[in-house]
Design a protein around this ligand. Structure first.
Ligand SMILES: [Fe+2]
Ligand SMILES: [Fe+2]
Length: 282
């Protein structure tokens, strides 16, 4: 039987220290700015995810999936709120967070205007696959962020844990509205490849600019650390490649990669930031 996990909406505030915003990672600016650049995409990206799933909410017959959708919307809204705060801190430095966010917003609004709702949902499940894999990699190798500012680490861990918790919700909605036809397979396969390509073609130029703004563009040692953080043996990205490809298997489901055991680490990973879950409400 297919696994399904009911996400829980939690409101946690991380009191991110403004002084550390571009240098919160143990190994310095280049890794901090990599993660910060990812954050720039999140509030607007997650609003797109919410809208694309909400569009189909009334068509869902399974009451458990209905409930999971409500919780998914609640979680993504909370993520957006916290990342907006992080992005505001960034904007107060030399990093052009708002300008970069505007570019992403324009692109997503254009997608909303021209694409059918099913395709927008396919983009969402593709990007949820990507975020689910990055979350899994982050949680599996806590040594990659050990010794960094605890507030920033807790925030990223919280986001990663909740991404893990709800990683199949949008996918299950897609299955319910599109079923397992060849057409639905083709659409989701196309959009994972296209959305991943578009995401990285924006993220890397933004990232390089954001490193340049911190005068670290020519720092070879910093680049070496960033390369190992992303593409080393236990790198954030290198851990994702095989599972990313698994998407193209016709019968794929996100819980085929069963990492539920990570969810038991909520208290351990969040420490003082753990709080009482909220009732889900969209
Ligand atoms: Fe999220
Ligand atoms: Fe998500």
């Amino acid at each position: 039987m297919r696994k399904s996990i009911m996400p829980t909406r939690r409101s946690i505030q991380f009191k991110l220290p403004a002084k550390r915003i571009t240098n919160w990672h143990r190994d310095g600016v280049n890794i901090s700015q990599y993660m910060n650049t990812m954050s720039i995409f999140l509030p607007v990206g997650e609003r797109f995810f919410i809208d694309s799933v909400r569009h189909f909410r009334d068509q869902i017959k399974d009451p458990e999936l209905q409930k999971a959708v409500t919780a998914f919307i609640g979680q993504e809204a909370m993520h957006g709120r916290e990342h907006e705060e992080l992005n505001d801190l960034l904007e107060n430095t030399n990093t052009p967070a708002k300008k970069q966010e505007e570019i992403v917003t324009k692109l997503l609004n254009f997608g909303k205007k021209i694409l059918p709702a099913e395709h927008q949902l396919a983009i969402t499940i593709g990007l949820e696959h990507l975020t689910g894999l990055l979350a899994n990699a982050l949680l599996k190798t806590p040594e990659n962020v050990e010794g960094s500012d605890p507030n920033y680490v807790a925030m990223w861990n919280w986001h990663a844990l909740e991404e893990t918790e709800h990683k199949a919700v949008a996918y299950d909605v897609y299955l319910e509205v599109m079923d397992r036809s060849l057409k639905s397979y083709m659409i989701r396969s196309f959009w994972l490849a296209a959305a991943t390509g578009v995401y990285f073609s924006l993220q890397y130029p933004f990232y390089i600019e954001n490193v340049r703004r911190e005068n670290a563009l020519l720092d070879v040692g910093q680049w070496r650390s960033a390369l190992s953080f992303l593409w080393g043996k236990k790198g954030l990205k290198s851990q994702c490649v095989v599972d990313w490809l698994d998407w193209f298997r016709p019968g794929f489901h996100p819980w085929d990669h069963d990492n539920e055991y990570l969810l038991a680490k909520f208290d351990e990973l969040l420490g003082e930031f753990t709080n009482t879950p909220l009732k889900s409400a969209a």
